[in-house]
Design a protein around this ligand. Structure first.
Ligand code: 9MR
Length: 870
């Protein structure tokens, strides 16, 4: 700043600061801080749009002619009943700052800028009072703060005027304090491992960051330091994703269980890890627990998940909440109000979005559905009733279905009621009218909640998961299953009648847009789920006519909420259906072909993850996509029994749990050094020590080379893809929590937990034939017969075979086998007289069953002693 400009500024201060509040912590000063004083406010000129500014008690925040403007109603009781602010402003005790801003208000009002603790007791560190008129004026004030806070809140309190105002701000600046430290992440030892551990029978890989170009000696050491195994590394050269010269280490041949092991190479000792069949057992339950902690509309019970997570019910219209039991639409969108209580908060915000809720619900339901047929899943016992931390424990329903139902009930409420315009469609989302600050307990959110327009994508998400609900809940709650089935059909029909109602990409005030211009994939997914549930030809016709039925749906960069054709494809591959065998085989082959692509990517990447190394492969929420590639590999394993696919899924987890450039586990509470400051209004510990960190098992979004929030835009400029992440609550584009990422984690954690103790199924040595002899008693029951042929070269001595009904079919009695049914899964064991199946020989058993509702195709997957039969 030139001296003359400085003088001009001082004159402005004297001319425009009407009141200088002398609070206990504010000391006025009229000396300029050094000209080079660092800027502490992000996006103060609004050149990047609204973010990271938030507001409360105002109309929508918008950038107009380069200024941030909003409206505020007259007659509010207090100045702090409406405000505009930003979080995570660092203040150093004893340092001098100059706060400056341009402001105008029409017709005109007093306002107050406060630097404060962003949560009760809202300690003020500095306060500047000003008067805004219709003429844009600059306000500047210099002061010393006596109390520091690494992440204070800057708030412009603009409530309390008698008349309604339009307020605009520009060039907001807080100069002073410490220059931002050059950011150097703490990456710990240069030997990068899965910090949690490895399965005894699984792959064991690590990465060493080194200058060395020749192979390095490595040693696997016990907790006491004894050398358990050794070998040499493989130089891999420069890794594109990290910009590092690296070697890889493979110690898969060491299979003995142990704890506190380390890997030593190049003079560095890795973080400790275990080798154990149980490494993923607890993650199965932790990953689901996240959903309970995110529940809206119910008090969170500390006895269930820890006292620090206990909180009041959010958004049940108890003041200051204004939702969600009687929510209006955005102006002009509808003339009715809906009760849309419940569901999960999407992520770090308090929004609830049908699109993303759909994917997350699908994955929880599919985590369960997999257990019905997957050879290693033990019939779902580990996700059954009273196994997880949900308040509905002990109700006779598998706990993972209970958790999914919390969102399903919400999704059903989002459907436009009969008799209203667009009846049967689903509203795209419901959220706060404006972005709120952090942290914020849901029960304290004062913002108006609004329903946004119905969309085709949301409607098809509802159709798809409601169809899943209909078949999966059928054995447990017939009435609920029927309600889901009806909603699914109505939604699908409404989407067909309104195929191009797209959510607006600019509708992102107070919540995410979740816009999507291509909905053919949603149509495919919904048709697939409806067909699998009902067996009805109309849905089969629609899904086979879809370009996605034969197109490549498995992107090398994974799938997420915007592209959901893979969900339909995966379910058509695994859920029993009447699809012609050739088509089913083609679909299954497409899953294994995609898994082959991901395996090739793993082999290419020195950090062993199934994602390319270019910056475009590191995007917002990419950790979810990476896991979803593992889901495809895991499904390929479930279908084929080929352990290369299982190992690909297992190895993907190494990357997420520490084998990466930052040496960080992206799952809270898992691994020596793990992410714990994810962007969240609920888990706001970094901003308010009274609040908790995210619960163990919460997945961070992950490195995002596009640096899409102002915090990382300045902190990490120029980062190599794997370094484009910071464990700071301010970074929503790299480090948020979200239901669709934790649903991917839930799926894979359950799969991985199943691999620990499970014997590795040998590729199939049996062929199964299922013959349905048709219905009797007016259609209420049917008779079927199963024949198993031993296609191996050794006799089978004692057999257990398993298959699953699609919906509510109920086994009545079996002959030539001892059979029982749990949920939809049937297990049949030999009688004493037919225990042996000679090579090339067969056994046959039969049964009578009640038809129930929905489709009753031949089970697509029948296992013999844990191995899938062809
Ligand atoms: O996960 C979403 C990501 O794919 C988008 O690129 C991003 C920007 O539109 O939005 C992400 O979703 C956020 C949503 O919009 C609002 N709630 C938090 C979600 C996770 O960051």
């Amino acid at each position: 700043m030139t001296p003359s400009r400085r003088r001009r500024r001082r004159l402005t201060i004297l001319a425009t600061v009407t009141t200088l509040a002398l609070t206990g912590t504010t000391v006025p000063a009229f000396a300029d801080p050094p000209a080079e004083a660092p800027e502490q406010v992000r996006n103060g000129d609004f050149s990047d749009g609204v973010s990271p500014w938030f507001s409360f008690g105002t109309g929508p925040l918008a950038v107009t002619d380069g200024q941030l403007c909003t409206t505020v109603a007259g007659g509010l009781a207090n100045p702090w009943d409406a405000g505009i602010g930003q979080d995570a402003v660092p203040l150093v005790a004893g340092a001098e700052y100059t706060l400056g801003f341009d402001v105008s208000a029409t017709p005109g009002t007093a306002l107050r800028a406060v630097l404060q603790l962003g949560a009760a007791p809202y300690t003020a560190y500095a306060t500047v009072d000003a008067t805004a008129t219709a003429t844009r004026t600059r306000v500047e004030q210099t002061f010393t703060v006596t109390e520091g806070n690494d992440a204070a809140q800057l708030i412009f309190q603009i409530g309390g005027a008698a008349q309604t105002q339009t307020v605009c701000l520009d060039d907001v600046s807080l100069r002073g304090g410490d220059p931002p430290e050059p950011y150097v992440p703490d990456t710990g030892p240069r030997v990068r491992v899965n910090q949690v551990g490895y399965l005894p029978g699984g792959p064991k890989n690590a990465t060493v960051v080194t200058e060395a170009t020749d192979p390095l000696a490595w040693q696997l050491r016990s907790a006491a330091g004894a050398v358990l195994a050794d070998g040499v590394s493989t130089p891999r050269g420069m890794d594109e994703a990290s910009g590092q010269n690296v070697h890889s280490v493979d110690f898969s041949t060491y299979r003995t269980a142990g704890t506190g092991l380390t890997l030593v190479a190049d003079g560095e000792t890795s973080h400790p890890f275990d080798i154990s069949g149980a490494v993923y057992e607890q993650l199965r339950s932790d990953a689901v627990q996240f959903f309970y902690a995110q529940r809206s509309g119910i008090a969170i019970d500390g006895d269930l998940i820890g006292e620090e997570y206990a909180r009041r019910a959010g958004h049940l219209d108890v003041a200051p909440n204004r939702g969600d039991t009687d929510v209006p639409c955005q102006p002009g969108v509808c003339d009715y109000r809906l009760d849309v209580r419940g569901g999960w908060y999407d992520a770090g915000d308090h929004g609830k979005y049908v699109v993303n809720g759909g994917l997350a619900t699908y994955q929880l339901l599919n985590t369960f559905e997999r257990t019905k047929t997957a050879p290693t899943a033990d019939g779902g016992a580990a996700l059954g009733d009273s196994t997880l931390r949900v308040p509905e424990r002990d109700n006779g329903v598998p706990d993972i279905l209970d958790e999914a139902r919390w969102e399903l009930e919400f999704l059903l409420r989002m459907q436009v009621p009969a008799g209203k315009p667009l009846a049967g469609m689903a509203h795209h989302k419901i959220h706060d009218r404006n972005w709120t600050g952090l942290p914020l307990d849901p029960a304290d959110d004062p913002e108006l909640r609004e329903l946004h327009p119905p969309s085709t994508a949301a409607t098809l998400n509802l159709a798809a998961v409601a169809a899943q609900c209909a078949r999966l809940f059928a054995p447990y709650d017939r009435a609920f299953a029927t309600r889901c089935g009806t909603a699914a059909k109505t939604a699908y029909a409404a989407a067909k009648a309104n195929p191009a109602r797209l959510a607006s990409p600019t509708d992102s005030n107070g919540g995410g847009a979740y816009d999507d211009t291509v909905v053919t994939d949603e149509f495919y997914w919904a048709a697939a789920e409806l067909y699998l549930t009902t067996g009805e030809k109309a849905y089969l016709t629609d899904l086979t006519a879809s370009p996605h039925h034969t197109g490549d749906v498995f992107d090398v960069r994974g799938f997420s909420w915007q592209g959901v054709a893979a969900l339909g494809r995966l379910d058509l591959a695994t859920v029993p259906s009447g699809l012609p065998a050739a088509d089913r085989d083609r679909i299954r082959a497409s899953v294994t072909a995609a898994a082959d692509t991901y395996l090739a990517e793993i082999a290419d990447q020195a950090y062993g993850l199934p994602m390319p190394g270019d910056p475009g492969s590191y995007f917002w929420g990419g950790n979810g996509n990476i896991i979803n590639n593992a889901v495809v590999m895991a499904t390929a394993f479930d279908l084929s029994g080929d352990v290369r696919y299982r190992d690909g899924a297992v190895q993907t987890m190494d990357y997420l749990l520490g084998r990466n450039a930052l040496n960080i586990s992206y799952v809270t509470g898992w691994g020596e050094h793990h992410a714990k400051n994810q962007h969240s209004r609920i888990f706001g510990n970094q901003l308010n020590p009274q609040m908790p960190n995210p619960p163990a098992g919460s997945l961070a979004g992950g490195p995002n080379a596009a640096l899409q929030d102002p915090f990382v835009a300045s902190l990490l400029a120029g980062c190599k893809p794997q370094f484009c992440f910071v464990d700071d609550i301010a970074s929503y584009s790299t480090n948020e929590v979200a239901i669709n990422w934790n649903s991917a984690l839930t799926w894979i954690a359950s799969f991985l937990a199943d691999q620990g103790g499970a014997p590795v199924p040998t590729p199939s040595t049996c062929r199964a034939e299922y013959v349905d002899y048709g219905t009797w008693s007016g259609g209420s029951g049917f008779t079927a017969q199963v024949t198993i042929r031993n296609t191996g070269s050794t006799p089978v001595n004692g057999w257990t075979t398993r298959f699953a009904f699609t919906g509510d079919q109920k086994l009545r009695e079996a002959w030539l086998a001892k059979a029982e049914q749990k949920g939809a899964t049937v297990t049949a064991k030999n009688e004493s007289y037919n225990a042996r199946i000679a090579p090339g020989g067969t056994v046959t058993f039969g049964f009578n069953a009640l038809t129930g509702g929905g489709a009753k195709p031949a089970p697509g997957l029948i296992t013999l002693n844990g191995s899938p039969c062809s």
